[in-house]
Design a protein around this ligand. Structure first.
Ligand SMILES: [Zn+2]
Length: 413
């Protein structure tokens, strides 16, 4: 494995600093003390004021000077980023918030925010001379990882959640990845073996504790930078679907970079949105504890965020941004997903969770009602129709005659 001296990773807890590498269990110094702490990429001391490295699209062109300094030949893009920030006025009546924006990440190449993550993470893997990348995934993560692995000519192994939709299993194989359908014990053994070779970069949490990917979080920073570019003042709150907390971490660190550069004065407050049946972070906050514990059981229709544990770094992100966390029921997620779909917005259940969280958050922080707020829409309903159950199970309507067709149309009004 080669190392680079042009950029570094470090630990925010113990001030350890090291070369880019795998770090599957987080900071090596903290680990010796029995603590699991995340590794993050160190921001450049004197960032180039111009983030652009090229005129084209894709996050390496748009933000390459602010991303990890991997060699130019590894800065490859599938056209990720530049997702629309939609103002959706009808949501004001529903949520009680005057100015609601949705950051529509389904416009990314594999229809998920994950493409920003893997655009950076896989570039780092290639620059380190890895043979492949691997992750545990419910679907979005594994498909995106596979696309970027193939872009770099690397192998992709996905340790699939048993509930991964068949559509996504097939898409991963179609794109040249290997989705293993295994129980958690075998999945953990595969991950441990791949890491032990030193030739496979983990693009996700390893058991037993979630340690986010320092490189993937760098890709997510670009969401913060795009929002900052588009809105004259930072939104009061950003609502983020949260499981392991990579996305939450990346958006937080992206705003920290902007604050360090003097571009913004205040960080937006961040809200982690979790389903009530899988809300380890919310439970930790409400109980007043400081360490996030693994739940014995986690279930939600919002499979993308139905994890039993959240990365400990989420506590730092919420503390640093004066943030909060909100849980919403599956019934609320389902109702919001259906409502959004009936307004032309096809979002996955975990994204419906962030919008459904708005009214709960506004009850806790009424002052936000008059300020701009952003919900992150991570992926499309098109991948996740099965999770919406009966609401999205309707098939095409057979009719034999013109009269029957008009009967169906007229019955709708
Ligand atoms: Zn440390």
């Amino acid at each position: 494995m080669s190392t680079s001296s042009t950029w570094h990773v470090g630990c925010r807890v113990c001030d350890w600093r090291g070369a880019p590498g795998l770090y599957p269990h987080g900071c090596p110094i903290c680990l010796e003390r029995g603590e699991v702490q995340a590794v993050v990429v160190e921001p450049p001391r004197q960032p180039n004021p111009n983030p652009r490295t090229g005129t084209g699209r894709g996050i390496w062109n748009r933000w390459g000077n602010w991303l990890p300094a991997v060699p130019a030949e590894h800065r490859r893009s599938l056209g990720e980023g530049d997702s629309p920030l939609l103002r959706v006025d009808w949501l004001s009546e529903v949520t009680g918030c005057a100015e609601v924006y949705l950051k529509m990440e389904a416009t990314n190449p594999t229809a998920a925010h994950k493409d920003r993550f893997h655009a950076v993470s896989t570039a780092v893997a290639a620059s380190l001379g890895m043979r492949g990348v691997f992750s545990s995934s419910t679907g979005n993560h594994g498909l995106s990882m596979t696309a970027y692995a193939r872009l770099h000519g690397l192998e992709s192994v996905v340790i699939s959640n048993p509930r991964m939709p068949a559509l996504l299993q097939r898409a991963i194989r179609f794109a040249g990845g290997v989705p293993f359908m295994v129980d958690s014990e075998v999945g953990a053994a595969i991950a441990a073996d791949l890491v032990a070779t030193g030739e496979w970069l983990p693009a996700s949490t390893l058991w037993p504790m979630p340690i986010g990917s320092p490189y993937g979080a760098e890709g997510y920073k670009t969401i913060a930078w795009e929002i900052a570019e588009e809105l004259a003042t930072p939104p009061a709150w950003i609502l983020i679907p949260t499981a392991g907390a990579d996305l939450l971490t990346g958006i937080w660190l992206g705003y920290e970079d902007l604050a360090r550069m003097g571009t913004i004065e205040h960080l937006p407050r961040l809200c982690a949105c979790q389903p009530a049946g899988a809300a380890p972070l919310v439970q930790t906050l409400r109980s007043g504890k400081t360490t996030i514990e693994r739940l014995d059981h986690a279930y939600s229709i919002a499979l993308s965020i139905a994890d039993p544990i959240t990365g400990q770094i989420a506590m730092d992100a919420l503390a640093a941004t004066d943030g909060d966390a909100v849980a919403v029921s599956d019934a609320e997620i389902l109702a919001m997903g259906e409502l959004l779909a009936r307004h032309g917005l096809l979002v996955e259940p975990s994204s419906a969770a962030s919008v459904a969280s708005l009214s709960h958050l506004a009850e806790r922080h009424p002052e936000m009602r008059d300020r701009p707020v952003v919900c992150i829409i991570t992926s499309s309903a098109l991948k996740w129709l099965d999770d919406y159950g009966a609401a999205a199970a309707g098939a095409g309507i057979p009719v034999d005659t013109l009269d029957d067709a008009w009967g169906v149309i007229d019955a709708r009004s």
